[in-house]
Design a binder for this molecule. Structure first.
Ligand SMILES: [Zn+2]
Length: 557
């Protein structure tokens, strides 16, 4: 029997990381993450898992981010009761992240149930509940970096620092096939940049049969920067925003980004470089996570504040209470307001955006990746109006972005990480990236001579590869794909929302009511004609030449 590697997430998209290895003595998962992004992608969370959770012997978790760990409670809801292996800080972060994720699921379900009730439909079923999250936490088993362990027969694993967030790991896996041959794999997890506060560069040995590498920024180059230059850029943005007289709103991930910003803002205040009236971190989750960071601060590198000063300044307001959060809306200028979620698709940040986007003297600063279809990405792309909590909000605030706070390695750093880990005798799989990004990374790797074209593979969702130490011996594609691949980056829901906004603009700007009626009549006639035409077959975008070579033509073409 061969060893089979299945890609159940982060294949053709950034989110939903989940890989499954089936070997003669059992099967196990590496990560079990939530799908995030447009509605078509999020719907994947509710579909049946493409494997039997009862057959999974253990889960290896790379880090605590929800797109890597957020479906673990679903696994437990479906009866999974075995071990989940992770570093100690990851276990500490999950303590708060999973109940928070469950809380979001429960409140979203409540809203959906109300909506359905008005239409006389049956109540919605939550993806998972708080009870499932609490059950999940019982199965955390901690591991140390650099130590071999045997989580099950025929499998050895070792965790390495990935320099991405607190507790993040790349995972080395050795698994024995039916012929007694040992297959060596490395799962990158998410890889941090070289210059990053809190950690040293990512770590892991070299020489594998298979390497799986993330490619979030596979085609993008950040400007070269040092930690000092990055702080300088933040200082410029903060001072620019405060000079306009309004507030500065920063959507920030509760984990890592919020703590990095608190570190840098604290240092800038201490050095007299900026002078905001108040600095809010408005997120109960970020507040708890900051506590976990304090607990593990002895592990940190590159920290320029003393233990008492870290995350601590008299102007800092770390907010948990709802009343205190609501009171922030009354502040019209001079404050820095950081809040989650980082992509503005949920959480308290939506309230702060609703209050500040309409203010012409306010600034919104994006400091991280915005997945296609999220509110953050829509604002960042220059929308003049956005929908928040069902209301149309005009965008009058200044919209800014700085790229250097990403917790991900960029193109050059990913290339360096891969080169340092070679050889990969069998293949390199590029995952966890939009197709544009991973295609660019693939081309560079081949051009650099590190690997041959057929050795750099861009797997699609639910593809399964039979692995032998010398190379891939078989490829299987799912008969019925869980998602239409053409809907991965921007789906029809996004197109519909932007169409409605454009239409309302067109009508608002028309000179008279007669003209408005004319526009609508013309549109109606046009729509009737379009609807009559036979549907044009949609060709899903190809994932680069490798997918064609390896998989044959994508089904459904
Ligand atoms: Zn991550």
């Amino acid at each position: 029997m061969t060893v089979t590697l299945n890609f159940h997430g982060a294949a053709g998209t950034v989110t939903g990381s989940c890989y499954r290895i089936v070997h003669p003595k059992g099967q196990f998962l590496i990560d079990c993450g939530l799908f995030q992004g447009n509605k078509s992608v999020r719907d994947l969370n509710y579909k049946p898992l493409p494997f039997d959770p009862g057959k999974i012997d253990f889960v290896l978790l790379t880090h605590a981010h929800i797109d890597h760990a957020g479906l673990l409670p679903k696994l437990c809801k479906l009866g999974y009761r075995n071990k989940m292996l992770m570093t100690e800080p990851t276990a500490g972060l999950l303590e708060f992240l999973l109940p928070d994720a469950a809380g979001i699921q429960e409140s979203e379900t409540e809203r959906e149930t109300k909506k359905r009730g008005r239409r006389g439909e049956a109540p919605a079923e939550p993806l998972y509940t708080m009870e499932d999250a609490v059950e999940t936490l019982k199965h955390r088993t901690t591991v140390k970096y650099g130590e071999w362990l045997e989580p099950g027969p025929g499998v050895r694993v070792r965790y390495w620092n990935a320099g991405h967030i607190l507790g993040s790991a790349s995972i080395e896996v050795e698994v024995t096939n039916g012929d007694g041959q040992i297959i060596r794999l490395l799962f990158s997890g998410d890889i941090g940049p070289d210059e990053k506060v809190f950690y040293l560069e990512p770590d892991a040995p070299a020489g594998f049969d298979y390497i799986l590498c993330e490619s979030t920024y596979g085609g993008r180059e950040r400007e070269d920067y040092t930690l000092v230059q990055r702080r300088e850029a933040l200082k410029t943005e903060i001072n620019g925003a405060l000079q306009r007289g309004g507030n500065l709103v920063i959507p920030a991930f509760a984990v890592e980004r919020s703590q990095e910003l608190l570190h840098d803002i604290g240092l800038l205040i201490k050095d007299g470089e900026i002078s905001p009236s108040l600095v809010f971190l408005d997120s109960p989750l970020a507040s708890k996570v900051t506590g976990v960071y304090k607990k593990y601060q002895a592990m940190f590198e590159d920290v320029e504040l003393g233990a008492d000063e870290l995350f601590n300044d008299e102007r800092f307001r770390i907010v948990e209470a709802v009343d205190e959060s609501k009171a922030i809306n009354a502040i019209k200028g001079g404050a820095i307001i950081m809040s989650a979620s980082g992509m503005a698709d949920a959480g308290r940040i939506k309230h702060h955006l609703r209050a500040n986007l309409v203010r012409a003297n306010a600034t919104v600063l994006f400091v991280g990746y915005q997945a296609p279809g999220t509110l953050g990405q829509i604002i960042q792309s220059g929308a003049r109006e956005v929908r928040i909590h069902g209301e149309l909000v005009p965008v009058r605030a200044r919209i800014r972005s700085v790229a250097n706070y990403s917790a991900h390695a960029d193109h050059t750093e990913l290339m360096a990480w891969i080169k340092q880990r070679l050889p990969a005798h069998g293949a390199l799989f590029l995952t966890h990236g939009e197709d544009e990004e991973r295609t660019a990374l693939r081309s560079s790797i081949i051009a650099s001579g590190g690997l041959a074209g057929d050795q750099v593979i861009l797997p699609l969702l639910d593809d399964a590869f039979e692995l032998r130490a010398e190379g891939v011996s078989g490829v299987h594609r799912p008969e019925a794909p869980r998602i239409d691949l053409s809907q991965m980056s921007s789906d029809w829901h996004n197109a519909y929302a932007s169409f409605i906004i454009d239409l309302s603009h067109l009508l608002k700007e028309a000179k008279s009511d007669a003209r408005r009626l004319e526009i609508m009549a013309g549109l109606k006639a046009e729509l009737a004609e379009t609807a009559e035409e036979p549907p044009v077959p949609q060709v899903p975008p190809r994932a680069g030449p490798a997918s064609g070579e390896i998989h044959g033509e994508p089904s459904g073409e």
